[in-house]
Structures are given as C-alpha cells and as structure tokens.
Design a protein around this ligand. Structure first.
Ligand SMILES: Cc1cc2nc3c(=O)[nH]c(=O)nc-3n(C[C@H](O)[C@H](O)[C@H](O)COP(=O)(O)OP(=O)(O)OC[C@H]3O[C@@H](n4cnc5c(N)ncnc54)[C@H](O)[C@@H]3O)c2cc1C
Length: 208
C-alpha cells in the first residue's frame, strides 16, 4: 500500500517511553531514533514512490544486541524490519507495519578470513565493495558484484537472492552463504558465530 494511501498519522501508535528506554538500555540512547527528521532515511529504500515510517529506528552493534531487541519486540508483539543499507529496489526493508527498523549499519566488521577453507566471517553491515577489497588484499575474490557494490551491505544482498549484475551467474550471495547466525527472540543453542561466505582464489574461474 502506498504511504500516501495509508494516512500515516491515523495509524501512528508509537512505542511508549518505557519501551524506548529499554531499547536505549540495550543499544545506547543515541542509537534509538524516534523523530521524523532523523527517521526519514529509514522510511524508504531505493524503490520509487514508497515511504513508511517506523515507530523507532534502532542501530545495533552486536549479535547480542540484535537478540535482546528481538526478545523485547517479541514480548510486546512489535514488528521488526531488518535493514542493511537501504539500496533495495523491492521495498524489502520498508517497515510497512511500523514498529522497529533494525539497522545493521554499525555491524560493519569483517571478522575473519580463513584462507585455507576459502571462507570469510563477516558482520551483516559490511559494505559489499569493502569485502571485495579486504579479501583481494589476501589474493582472494568474492564474486557477487551488484552495481550497488559500494553502497549495499553483505547482509542485504542475500535474503532475496540479490547482489549480482549477472557477470558471475552461479555465484549469487545466497548460494555462497554457508551459514548465517540466526538471532531469535528466544535463545537457541550454539549458532555459528556469524555469516560465512565462500570465496574463490583469484586464479580460479567462478564457473569451473
Ligand atoms: C544504483 C543501484 C544499483 C543496483 N544494482 C543491483 C544489481 O546489480 N544487482 C542486484 O541484485 N541488485 C542491485 N540493486 C539493488 C540493491 O542494491 C541490492 O538488492 C542490495 O543487495 C541491497 O542491499 P542493502 O544492504 O541496501 O539491503 P536493504 O535494501 O537494506 O535490504 C534488502 C533486504 O534484506 C533484508 N536484510 C538486510 N539486512 C539483513 C540482515 N542482516 N538479516 C536479514 N535480513 C536483512 C531487508 O529486510 C530487505 O528485505 C541496486 C540498487 C541500486 C540503488
């Protein structure tokens, strides 16, 4: 539904001061945004003509924070929409049910490059182009190659199978992901540490 048809002011509920304080206790006050001017960025992606404001935009830094926010949101049945860097062209990160936009932009570290097994462990907010450059320094190659290379996140390239402009047909991010760390409202037993992606040595053809 188009934002203009929704009549935003009529549906706005807000989260309440108590809940906002609990979110701030998890991520820090400056990483919980509620005023419209600051949330404008989180109300749209690159899809033309759609805009939905959340009740709050929350910028997490660790997987533990993600879990805590999800647990809190689950407790109050608040919708949560994950957001990478908002370059999507199909509205995937739009908070159409309001609630919380969970932004991954602060989770921007490449954690480990395992040259022997051609695996990399990253946080989801790493810019795809940064991952390219980081592994290239070690003579490796991460094939997914979207035109938005320097503005989209590694986490945002996988959920809908995006992330390529067709040059390396068989190596879309989703097919290259060996594991994601799932963060759930409830504790799960020993998930993998983070998301892994298979890499290729630069000398290997992606289709071989
Ligand atoms: C100029 C331009 C060029 C583009 N070129 C291409 C191209 O060549 N090929 C292509 O396929 N696409 C392309 N796109 C679309 C877009 O860049 C890709 O879809 C990109 O993968 C989105 O990444 P993002 O970080 O911006 O994700 P977002 O738009 O923020 O999110 C995309 C989806 O991923 C979900 N998500 C994000 N992070 C997580 C997470 N950590 N866990 C779970 N779900 C998450 C969101 O909820 C949403 O559903 C282009 C876009 C632009 C503006």
């Amino acid at each position: 539904m188009r934002y203009s048809e929704l009549g935003r002011d009529n549906v706005r509920k807000g989260l309440g001061q108590d809940l906002l304080k609990r979110l701030a206790d998890i991520v820090g006050e400056k990483y919980v945004l509620t005023d419209d001017e600051k949330m404008e960025k989180y109300s749209h992606d690159e899809t033309m003509g759609y805009q939905f404001f959340p009740d709050a935009a929350v910028m997490v830094e660790t997987a533990e924070e993600v879990s805590k926010v999800l647990r809190l949101a689950g407790q109050y049945s608040i919708p949560v929409t994950p957001r990478g860097l908002g370059t999507g062209l199909s509205g995937g990160c739009l908070p159409i049910h309001r609630g919380i936009v969970l932004s991954m932009e602060r989770m921007n570290q490449v954690l480990e490059i395992d040259e022997e097994n051609l695996m990399v462990v990253t946080q989801p907010g790493v810019i795809t182009g940064e991952l390219h450059r980081t592994v290239e320094q070690q003579g490796l190659f991460y094939p997914p190659d979207p035109a938005s290379l320097d503005s989209c996140s590694i986490g945002g390239t996988s959920p809908r199978g995006q992330g390529d402009r067709g040059r390396f047909d068989t190596e879309r991010p989703r097919t290259m992901s060996a594991a994601w760390r799932r963060c759930c409202p409830r504790e799960r037993s020993s998930p993998p540490e983070a998301r892994w992606s298979r890499m290729l040595p630069v000398t290997t053809s992606p289709n071989s």
